[in-house]
Design a protein around this ligand. Structure first.
Ligand code: FES
Length: 100
């Protein structure tokens, strides 16, 4: 497992999401009310890039079929057993890092 810098924390304010390459993996980071969460940028339904959808009211909305995933835990709202793949997030010296 490697610790990978994703972005400056200032570039992901509350209500924002960003996509970034983290080694071999594309990730999406969302900020819900100051809490940062990171996921593999891939929908568990048909593998759409989640970051090309919307982030509204704490939910990441898939661009292809509009499944909604909670930013707080990555769970699909109709079936919490279906989840985005999560990564641990840390902020240090003004930068966001994930363990991937
Ligand atoms: S690919 Fe995401 S909802 Fe279908």
């Amino acid at each position: 497992m490697a610790r990978i810098r994703i972005a400056a924390a200032a570039d992901v304010p509350p209500g924002a999401m960003v996509s970034a390459q983290a080694g071999e993996v594309q990730v999406v980071v969302c900020n819900e009310d100051g809490a940062l969460h990171a996921f593999k940028d891939e929908c568990p339904h048909r593998n759409a890039p989640i970051s090309q959808g919307n982030f509204v009211d704490g939910r990441l909305i898939c661009p292809w079929h509009a499944w909604e995933f909670r930013c707080a835990d990555g769970c699909y709202d109709y079936n919490p057993e279906i989840q985005l793949q999560r990564y641990a997030v840390t902020v240090e010296d003004g930068a966001i890092y994930i363990d991937a």
